[in-house]
Design a protein around this ligand. Structure first.
Ligand code: F6P
Length: 341
């Protein structure tokens, strides 16, 4: 059997572990041909193939990014895109397609599956906001990077008696902000799940600095926004491709804090640093488990499903139940960040 493989959307550490597992298990165990498509769904539309073999996956476990390349392109949003996908898969005699991606890629995968193409998906995004799975590939490494950054910012904040605002990624959900905020001991975490009140932020910081501290760390998710009708007007700013403008909310929150408290305030924008570098062992293991499970699902004749981590087990969930749904940070985890502030 010829099995197609693509990585779509934002890259993340751990993708190469998943690719490696698909090749080793698909070809090594079952003797199937693994046909990679370069640059996500665009490679399928363009017929840009890279037949994968052992030589492509040597020593890739510690390597971040994706050896197949990726792109933010979805065939269901392009004229004739779905037809071009079907034409390429027929020309390449691809019997099943494994798609590794986040919300956009998975939504496209569900649309392609509706046309009758056999699809097995794998969830990846540092945002960890894919519904149906406890973890997505990339999240654990991003939290490690963000936590290390917060630890480093801590010492300079304390030395200068400053408020340090750290903006992290997380467009629709604050998983990185809340997890790294708890791990890094941040005083405040602003996440998309809880629109914030800048007056409350200011009151909290003034009280803290009056009572017992001379510095604070405020972690802000790029997708965080103030409560409508509050004393701070702000709308999340999007760039030319619909991406969130890095730094917009972090800089604005820092300005409001400085203007309203008089505290010396600085901003650190972590941006794409959170998506780079070598994956943690957790992401290497997760990518490997998902890659093996995806090949098993193809061999078992499954379609329109996604590999998912549920507790200790990797299971298959219907793609229709997860595509287009966002997994938000649960209230108990948000409360932990609040209580430990
Ligand atoms: O989807 C993951 C993510 O890193 C988001 O956290 C972020 O908003 C977006 O990708 C950035 O996209 P790009 O790399 O296309 O600028």
């Amino acid at each position: 059997m010829r099995i197609g493989l693509l990585t779509g959307g934002g890259d993340c550490p751990g993708l190469n572990a998943a690719i490696r597992a698909v090749v080793k298990h698909g070809e090594g165990t079952h003797g199937h041909s693994i046909i990679g498509f370069r640059n996500g769904w665009k490679g399928v539309v363009d017929g840009d193939v890279l037949p994968l073999g052992r030589q492509h996956i040597r020593n890739v476990l510690p390597v971040g990014g994706t050896l197949l390349g990726t792109a933010r392109f979805h065939p269901n949003e392009a004229n004739g895109g779905l037809e071009a996908v079907r034409a390429t898969l027929a020309a390449e005699k691809i019997e099943a397609l494994i798609c590794i991606g986040g919300d956009g890629t998975l939504h496209a995968a569900s649309k392609v599956a509706e046309t009758g193409v056999r699809i097995v998906a794998i969830p990846k995004t540092i945002d960890n906001d894919v519904a149906g799975t406890d973890l997505s590939i990339g999240f654990h490494t991003a939290v490690n990077i963000a936590t290390e950054a917060i630890d480093r910012v801590h010492t300079t904040a304390e030395s200068h008696n400053r408020v340090m605002v750290v903006e992290v990624m997380g467009r629709h959900a604050g998983w990185i902000a809340v997890a790294a905020g708890i791990a890094g001991g941040a005083e405040l975490v602003l996440a998309p799940e809880e629109p914030f009140d800048i007056d409350e932020v200011v009151r909290f910081l003034k009280h803290r600095h009056r009572a017992h501290a001379n510095f604070s760390i405020v972690v802000v998710a790029e997708g965080a926004a103030p409560r409508p009708g509050g004393s701070m007007e702000f709308t999340t700013q999007l760039g030319a491709y619909g991406e969130i403008v890095a730094g917009a909310v972090g800089e604005r929150v820092a300005k409001e804090i400085a203007d309203r408290t008089g505290f010396d305030t600085r901003v650190t924008i972590l941006g794409h640093v959170q998506r780079g570098g070598s994956p943690t062992p957790t992401d290497r293991i997760l990518g490997s488990r998902f890659g093996v499970a995806a090949v098993d699902a193809v061999v078992a004749g499954e379609t329109a499903v996604m590999t998912a981590l549920r507790g200790e087990h990797v299971e298959l969930v219907p793609l229709a139940e997860v595509a287009g749904h966002v997994k938000h940070v649960p209230e108990d985890m948000l409360r932990t960040a609040r209580v430990l502030a």
